[in-house]
Design a binder for this molecule. Structure first.
Ligand code: HEM
Length: 399
């Protein structure tokens, strides 16, 4: 990283965090915790101006050709800075036609385009590529609930990635190969860990702290003229690799294909490549259903199909947890208690909350292969496969 890049990184890890934390304490101390207007204006101005100083230096420096890691880090830092400006209402896409932060926008566009990513901070910046310095991860604030959220998200992402990796290794071996047992095992292990992370978040994250002091940093904001949606824990390819490899979602499905295309730019280029690769394979569900006719009685078929169904059950359980527990407890319930005029810009992807909830419900139902008449889930196909599997040991639950 260049000297200027390092100075910005140091600022993001220290003064930036301190100022955001002080502002959060001021907001949270009010009767109306969602109000940010007229609160902590001196701190807000310092945050804006100090950050601007770093941004202008880096923007003047231009692309120093120091490679992916350095550019990715600059993109994350300018993104965290712009996310905080949005959170403190120093910019608001609803009231502007272009970002008032011209240099920050230009820097983000330049670095984002050179990396092949959206010009804003992405999930990877705070999760899988969040370099800890002496134990301290990057964050907006030093609030315990923000670290809890970041850490559990990251553990869950790493666990989904482990499952995706194991499933992708089954493809070149084929489901009739006896050695795929270790891969099915690894896939199950990853999903059980996701379920544990979700349980911990559900039990320990403070609803108000998350809703009022963490989530607002994930709002959409403008870069130049364009509004970019916020990051969310889902912007990694692993979950979609699992969707496609299992066969619960299909790349040609009208709803799901749009989602994949929209999501691509928020992923690391390496994740984009993995996702593209997944789109070219036949899913395990289709493979097993094709084989069932001639081989349902074979030991290998019974073993692989049972293991596959166990994985689908665990994946469905994790999807249900996300929607019915996390989204419901930490977003839908507190939003329901808020006055209408404060709800704007609540979601990371931008649409009004009921629209977002409905689209998340669709994803949950695809992943659970729930019977629905309005979308094509794999409910009937999974039932056919279950019927082809002897014994009743495929309905595992995480312990
Ligand atoms: C407090 C905990 C969490 C809450 C409240 C939450 C809420 C949300 C919301 C509201 C969205 C929609 C994006 C938007 O805001 O526009 C979303 C998307 C997503 N989240 Fe979470 N989330 C939480 C934790 C997690 C965890 C631990 C994971 C695991 C990696 C995860 C994975 C995803 C995925 C994959 C998506 C993209 C949509 C999908 O493919 O299902 N989330 N989340």
């Amino acid at each position: 990283m260049s000297v200027k890049g390092e100075a910005f990184d140091r600022w993001i890890r220290t003064a930036f965090v301190e100022m955001n934390t002080r502002l959060e304490e001021l907001y949270f101390g009010q009767a109306d915790r969602s109000n940010v207007e007229g609160i902590g204006d001196t701190i807000k101005a310092a945050l804006r101006d100090e950050g601007h100083g770093h941004v202008v230096e880096l923007w003047r420096e231009g692309n120093t050709g120091e490679g992916f890691d350095s550019a990715f880090n600059v993109l994350g830092n300018v993104g965290l800075y712009m996310g905080a400006l949005r959170r403190h209402e120093l910019t608001n896409p609803d009231n502007e036609e272009r970002s008032p932060f011209v240099e920050a926008s230009s820097l983000a566009f330049h670095v984002g385009a050179s990396l092949g990513m959206a010009p804003r901070f992405a999930t990877a910046h705070l999760a899988t590529h969040n370099l800890a310095v002496a134990g301290v991860r990057k964050s907006f604030t030093s609030l315990a609930d923000e670290f809890l959220f970041i850490d559990e998200n990251t553990r869950a992402i790493l666990s989904f990635q482990r499952t995706a990796d194991a499933l992708s290794r089954i493809i070149p071996l084929g489901v009739s190969n006896p050695v795929v047992d270790v891969l099915f095992d690894a896939a199950r292990g990853g999903l059980r860990d996701v379920i544990r992370c979700n349980k911990r978040l559900f039990a320990t994250l403070d609803v108000d702290r998350f809703f009022f002091s963490v989530r607002p940093y994930y709002k959409p904001y403008r870069v130049g003229r364009q509004v970019y949606r916020g990051a969310n824990a889902g912007d990694f390819s692993g979950i979609n690799e699992i969707d496609l490899l299992l066969g619960l979602c299909r790349a040609g499905d009208p709803y799901y294909s749009q989602l994949l295309v929209d999501k691509m730019q928020f992923m690391l280029p390496s994740d984009q490549a993995r996702l593209r690769d997944c789109m070219t394979h036949r899913s395990l569900l289709d493979e097993l259903l094709t084989l069932a006719g001639a081989h349902a009685g074979a030991d290998w078929f019974q073993r692989s199909a049972s293991a596959f169904l166990q994985i689908c059950d665990l994946f469905g359980e994790a999807a249900a947890q996300h929607h019915d527990q996390l989204v419901s407890r930490f977003i839908a319930a507190p939003a329901a208690a808020m006055p209408e005029e404060r709800l704007q810009g609540l979601t990371a992807s931008g649409p009004p909350l009921p629209v977002l909830i409905r689209s998340l419900e669709i994803l949950r139902d695809y992943r659970m292969a729930a019977p629905r008449t309005d979308i094509e889930t794999r409910s009937a196909d999974l039932a056919r496969l279950r019927a082809a599997v002897d014994g009743g040991f495929n309905a595992v639950r995480s312990e």
